[in-house]
Design a protein around this ligand. Structure first.
Ligand code: CP
Length: 303
């Protein structure tokens, strides 16, 4: 039995197979419409979600399976004090696979250690969000043709943004990747990330102004400021609109730069850019369904 806790749980070769499968599902969905007949996915979401939960539900439904779960810790027995370990032992009696989101870092790992079914980390605190990373990698590979040789700018809340931490972890395994971290000083990427990059000899720079570097980028990964992880409302209000990607700023970028965003967007990309051919964030949400379909098939041994 296999779980997914981090994007590094799959080798680059396994990821290639997963992405090939996702692309085939996109091309020929009818081939996969009954692969999960009789199977059940449990979605255990202790934290709010639109994309991750509903794309998992869409993925399992499109595979012919069914979905049970909860979308709010207060409507589960966590509200009565049940531990994640006990919950997953019980869910193991009801479902064949589980996607879990939790505000506490490491909670899905605790669940995986007690589970009798595969557990997928659907986001744990500010730590990791591996299925978003699979979505991001599939989007880049599908739209740009490969996962090597890019200068990628990550912009916004690089301190609390778990999608950023997961994506960096995953991209360091590909050749000729250079990172440009664009954030206010208060929201810099954590030291453990830059220490890892130094150790691996991977190029990165840290800047504050997006306009100074946008022209160098092949991919711009925008993120929102993570309100729910701030201890202090005043700091959030001061930093929330630090970056807003506007048509004027985008005019400095390459014609084929890809704009990604894990979403939800708050204010950091002007809606005027949604029809720009470089804006790929809604396509990215669609790739999230295909890659989760491929992941469910793989973890259930049905690929
Ligand atoms: N990208 C993402 O994780 O979105 P949700 O929080 O809506 O699931």
């Amino acid at each position: 039995m296999r779980h997914l806790m981090s994007p590094l749980d799959f080798t680059p070769e396994e990821l290639e197979k997963l992405f090939d499968l996702a692309n085939d599902i996109e091309k020929s969905p009818e081939k996969y419409a009954h692969k999960c007949d009789g199977r059940i996915l449990a979605t255990c979401f202790y934290e709010p979600s639109t994309r991750t939960r509903l794309s998992f539900e869409s993925a399992m439904t499109r595979l012919g399976g069914r979905v049970i779960g909860f979308s709010d810790a207060n409507s589960s027995s966590a509200a009565k004090g049940e531990s994640v370990s006990d919950t997953i032992r019980v869910i193991s009696c009801y479902a064949d696979i589980c996607a879990m989101r939790h505000p506490k870092e490491g909670a899905p790992m605790v669940a995986a250690s007690r589970s009798l079914i595969p557990v997928i980390n659907a986001g744990d605190g500010g730590h990791q969000h591996p299925t978003q990373t699979l979505t991001d990698l599939l989007t880049i590979r599908s739209l740009h043709g490969s996962l090597s040789g890019y200068t990628i700018g990550l912009c916004g809340d690089l301190k609390f943004g778990r999608t950023v931490h997961s994506l960096i972890n995953a991209l360091v395994r590909y050749e000729n990747i250079k990172f440009v971290f664009i954030s206010p000083t208060e929201l810099k990427v954590p030291d453990y990330v830059t220490d890892m990059l130094k150790e691996k000899g991977i190029a990165y720079e840290e800047v504050i102004k997006l306009e100074d570097v946008i022209g160098d980028l092949d991919i711009l990964y925008m993120t929102r400021v993570q309100k729910e992880r701030f201890f202090n409302e005043e700091d959030y209000i001061r930093l929330k609109d630090f970056y807003i990607l506007t048509p004027e700023k985008l005019s400095l970028a390459k014609d084929n730069m890809l704009i990604l965003h894990p979403l939800p967007r708050v204010n950091e990309i002007s809606v005027e850019l949604d029809d720009d051919p470089r804006a790929a964030y809604f396509k990215q949400a669609r790739y999230g369904v295909y890659v989760r379909m491929a992941l469910i098939l793989t973890l259930l041994g049905l690929a």
